[in-house]
Design a protein around this ligand. Structure first.
Ligand code: 13P
Ligand code: SF4
Length: 301
């Protein structure tokens, strides 16, 4: 029996479903039951009634799924797959900001640890950050951990005082304006679609800025046929699948999140077989981290 067949068999036997982010390897996206951006996957996680969730993504995604659906068992194919940005907040700074601004809202990008979420008022993803911050009653917003997404939100909502943190995604932050210029010269008819984790000077050169789902939907609905893509290159799988007649060029060949790529079919089969790498979140952390996540789900509607 092939690895794929064994996975399908064990999934049925154990009543398990596989959730996968657009950044994981093609063969993993191919066998997943649900593929999407962070927002979609967190919504799906609340509705799953299978007994087990195998989360093909990085640790904050598995943690969020467990927090939102605590009666389900959640497993990570690779326990070490982590998002570097998820840790880039100094908790002391949050306390300091709360002391400084009475009406402060701590807005936490979902790319953060469960512990960081416990200090936050509301979570956001790249798909809903602008909408949620705009509708908050608070004028002063401390946006954590991503400084680049924070900067993008700040620009979209000038009426708020958005205070920035200095976290960043090493993959998106490494993309340069020189790469954009070169790609635009090479593909003059292509539109440039970019993720808001990139630096603001790159966003300024884009035709469209959005989450991974936003980028995929934009390219799918566009009459244009060529696109330069400024995000992690895992999105090419879905872009090409949905748009076989269109051409997609990576802004950077190095746009690869190694943590996402550690997830393989063999590791998925292994957790299905051996029930290793289960996600556990203490009750105390779960209760506190659930509030900002649930608030996000309510406010994003
Ligand atoms: P999305 O919100 O588009 O899923 O992005 C998640 C992510 O990790 C980007 O680096
Ligand atoms: Fe984190 Fe960046 Fe990887 Fe996304 S691409 S999971 S933000 S390190």
């Amino acid at each position: 029996m092939s690895t794929r067949e064994e996975i399908q068999k064990l999934k049925k036997e154990k009543n398990a479903v596989i959730l996968a982010h657009y950044y994981v390897n093609d063969e993993v996206q191919e066998i997943a039951d649900y593929i999407g951006d962070s927002f979609y996957l967190s919504k799906v996680a609340t509705k799953i009634d299978a007994a087990q969730i195998i989360f093909a993504g990085v640790s904050f995604m598995g943690e969020s799924a467990k927090i939102l659906n605590p009666t389900k068992r959640v497993f990570m194919p690779d326990a070490g797959a982590d998002c570097a940005m998820a840790h880039m907040v100094d908790m002391k700074k949050i306390t300091q900001m709360r002391e400084q601004y009475e009406d402060l809202a701590v807005v936490c990008y979902i790319n953060s640890t469960a512990e960081i979420k416990t200090f936050s008022d509301v979570c956001v993803t790249s798909a809903n950050a602008v909408k949620i911050v705009k509708n908050l009653p608070n004028k002063n917003i401390f946006f954590i951990p991503d400084g680049n997404l924070g900067e993008y939100v700040k620009e979209q909502i000038p009426e708020k005082n958005v205070i920035l943190n200095n976290g960043y995604c090493p993959i998106h932050a490494a993309m340069t304006t020189e790469q954009v210029k070169k790609a635009k010269e090479t593909y003059p008819d292509a539109e440039f679609l970019v993720h808001p984790e990139c630096k603001k000077e790159i966003l300024a050169m884009a035709d469209y800025i959005g989450s991974t789902s936003g980028i995929i939907n934009y390219a799918t609905n566009s009459e244009k046929t060529e696109f330069i893509i400024g995000t992690e290159n895992g999105v090419f799988y879905e872009l090409k699948k949905k748009n076989p007649g269109k051409k997609f060029y990576p802004l950077s060949e190095k746009g690869i999140c190694q943590d996402m790529k550690t997830i393989t079919l063999t590791k998925i089969l292994n957790v299905l077989k051996n029930e290793e790498n289960e996600v556990f979140v203490s009750d105390e952390v779960r209760q506190k981290a659930m509030r900002p996540l649930e608030r996000m789900l309510a406010l994003a509607e």
